[in-house]
Structure formats: C-alpha cells, structure tokens
Design a protein around this ligand. Sequence first.
Ligand SMILES: NC(=O)c1ccc[n+]([C@@H]2O[C@H](COP(=O)([O-])OP(=O)(O)OC[C@H]3O[C@@H](n4cnc5c(N)ncnc54)[C@H](OP(=O)(O)O)[C@@H]3O)[C@@H](O)[C@H]2O)c1
Length: 240
Amino acid sequence: MNLDGLRVAVTGAARDTGRLLAESFAQRGARVFLSARDLSAAERVADAINQWGPGRAEAFSCDLAVPDSVRAFATALAGRTDHLDVLVNNGAPYVHGDDLGEVSDDEIGGVIAAGGTGTVLVTKHLLPLLRASARPDIVNMISACGEVGHRRSGAHPAFYAAKHAHAGLAEILSYRLRPAGIRVISLFPPDFVQQGARQADHDLTARSVVDCVLFAVGQPRDCFIREFHFEQVRPPSPGL
Ligand SMILES: NC(=O)c1ccc[n+]([C@@H]2O[C@H](COP(=O)([O-])OP(=O)(O)OC[C@H]3O[C@@H](n4cnc5c(N)ncnc54)[C@H](OP(=O)(O)O)[C@@H]3O)[C@@H](O)[C@H]2O)c1
C-alpha cells in the first residue's frame, strides 16, 4: 500500500503500538508527526524512521493529561503543515486492577484526563488541520473495554471509564463529521501482545491491529469502515 506523502499524526508514539503505527505509515511513504510525553523518546523514534525512509518523521511533545501540552502540540503541528490527513488517537495510560480502591486518586485522574479529556482536546485542536485535508481520517485506538457490556479485561475501572469516554467521542464524531468527509475509524481490540505468532491459537498481535488501521485508511473514500470489533480468541484470565 502506497501512502506517499500522507500526513499522519500519532499520539503516544515513542513505544509499543504507537511506535509501530508511526513506523508502518512511514514505511509506506507517509510524513509522520509523532508525539510523546517525553520529547527525547519521540525524537529517537523519528531519527530511526528518518534513517530508513521512505517516509519522514518529526517529533513533538504532547502529554495528553495536560491541556496546555495538547494545545502546544496542535500549535506546533500547525506550524509544520497546513493540513493533516490522518490523526491516530493512540496514546492512553493503562492501569490494571479489579478493585476500584487499589489505585490512587491521582492515578485515576491521570488515566481519565489523558485517555478521556486529552483525546477530546487533541481531536478538537487538530480538527482544523483535518478539515483542510482532501482525505481526512480520525483513527481511534479504543479497546474492548470501551464496548458496552465488556467485562473480560483485568483493567482497572478507571481504564474502562476512559475508554468509554473515547468510544462516546468516536461514536458521535463519526456521525457528525461524516458530512464533512471525515471518516472516524475506531478499533476495539481485546488485550493484545506486541510480539507473537499470528496464529489462531495465539493472542492478537499489535502488528495485526496496525494492519487493520492501514487497511481502513487505505480504502477509497466510498468505503467508510466505522468500527473494528474482535473476537477474543484466547480465554479471559481466571475469575473474569
Ligand atoms: N495492548 C493492549 O492489550 C491493548 C488492548 C486494547 C486497546 N489498547 C489501546 O491501544 C493503544 C496502544 O496500545 P499499547 O499496547 O501500545 O499501549 P501501552 O503499551 O500501554 O502504551 C501506551 C502509550 O500511551 C502513551 N501515554 C500514556 N499516557 C500518556 C499521556 N498522558 N500522554 C500521552 N501519551 C501517553 C504511552 O507513552 P509513555 O511512553 O509516555 O508512557 C504509550 O506510548 C492504547 O490506546 C491502548 O489503550 C491496547
């Protein structure tokens, strides 16, 4: 798939799936604007991408839990490009645990501030650049934890809350931005692993999730894939 010159922003892109997304878009020729809380970590990923090509990458600082940081990221991005073709809302802190009481108030606040409010704000502030694109897409890395009735993850309730906020944003934006030609593409994967065999009896891998994103973004504009839902192939942890 040739994504030559596509302008793509990825949040939380200094490691794991966000990094794989940034690399995968760049490998197909995209110009990637990757952000992370730690600017130097983002710069290391951008440097590596720029060594391999064929796409290019630029690094930005963005802490989704800090509104000023989100606004500064949007301003910096607007200084580098007059339009954005794809925003991947990937960054989100994970917190584990069955018991609501076992995680501190600060950590709960941070999970919801970043995954909930931060995702709304980054989308809000990058929307003008997306509207200036001839082929705009917003991709949301949500989670099965954002599905109504889902109970199979060991994630903390604050993570469920943040992912339901993200899912609510995606649901209404998909409807309201459709007339403007902006596709809102959301993924609801179960727990997945960064590395592993891509076989039926193994956990879902980040590579397969990223391939879903590339497939959806690569479709012609008459094809608007709104959501990806996944059967959880592996059984849940005992007690869930
Ligand atoms: N892995 C799974 O099983 C799974 C399943 C379903 C959905 N998802 C979702 O898919 C996405 C990628 O998953 P992953 O496995 O790569 O997640 P991950 O390993 O937990 O990485 C989370 C990413 O979000 C970033 N992040 C955390 N807090 C942030 C903040 N305040 N501001 C900006 N970025 C922040 C992290 O950056 P730092 O390096 O700064 O911490 C990291 O890049 C996430 O949205 C995740 O919730 C994952």
